[in-house]
Design a binder for this molecule. Sequence first.
Ligand code: ADP
Length: 319
Amino acid sequence: MKKIGILTSGGDAPGMNAAIRAVVRSGISAGLEVYGVFNGYEGLVNNNIRKLERGDVSDIIIQGGTILGSARLEDFKLVEVRQKAVDNLMEHGIEGLVVVGGDGSYRGAQALTEMGINCIGIPGTIDNDIDSTDYSIGFDTALNTVIENVDKLRDTSSSHHRCSVVEVMGNRCGDLAIYAGLTTGAEIIITKETGYDESEVLARLRHFEEVKRKRHAIVIISEKITDVHLLAQKISQHSGFSGRATVLGHIQRGGSPTARDRILATQFGDKAVQALVAGEGGRCVGVVEEQLITIDINEALQLPKKTRKPLFDLHDRLV
Ligand code: ADP
């Protein structure tokens, strides 16, 4: 193999640039030419592909987002659309491709591998919703952004006897909510895994106020579970707290990656290049119990959902 490509796909995540840098530099060190594909699978189909040199990835390890851009292309599920991508790659002589993204991007990578282009997936998503890895690139940075914001809300909510309801990203996977809840000392954490019962939430808040004599409360809730503004109104009506809702939204996607995300992205990028050099395809990299691994993409997509029950139990003991 002489030439490989790299693209970022699906939702962007801080640390994707660190992964691009690692793939480019590690690829060049292995004697390969490395090509950047712009705007995800769309760039493959539109032939938006350019050779990257060492200098093209200077200074990007500290930048959030992705210099290659990301996109969603529903039509990539069609074999004739993917064939165009394969033709473009072959024209450039690119035989292997690193795909940084989530589950959807992995499916695209698997489909391309079956059409003759060896692909290696790197998990990049702030939601941490990929079951074949303990952590994905971007999760730690997003978590730290949530912590920083919730800490600020705590200051003002304790001065005013408030209950802050904070909506965070991640619906299919509640990791941002549970990790943020544990690290900010939130009173209540609501995710898809815990389920949602409005009257129970209100009763627990009344208990915190009347029995535990708490001056304020923080509720962290995953997106798309309920209307948080409505919940805040109910809290004002049915407890002694004044309820206020904050939707953190897209600020969770931005920012300079944390040390942990930079290291993870750097290790994943290098591991993906090694896998391509070894002639592998249709696999994805991950970190499991601190060990770097690669696993078959089809297998990765079929793994059971991770449970966070031990973390919820820990939270219950501390609250
Ligand atoms: P993520 O990678 O973050 O999960 P998406 O689910 O939007 O994001 O997937 C990213 C892209 O991957 C899609 O826009 C599409 O181009 C491609 N993709 C998703 N599912 C498939 C599939 N079954 N076959 C081929 N390509 C797919």
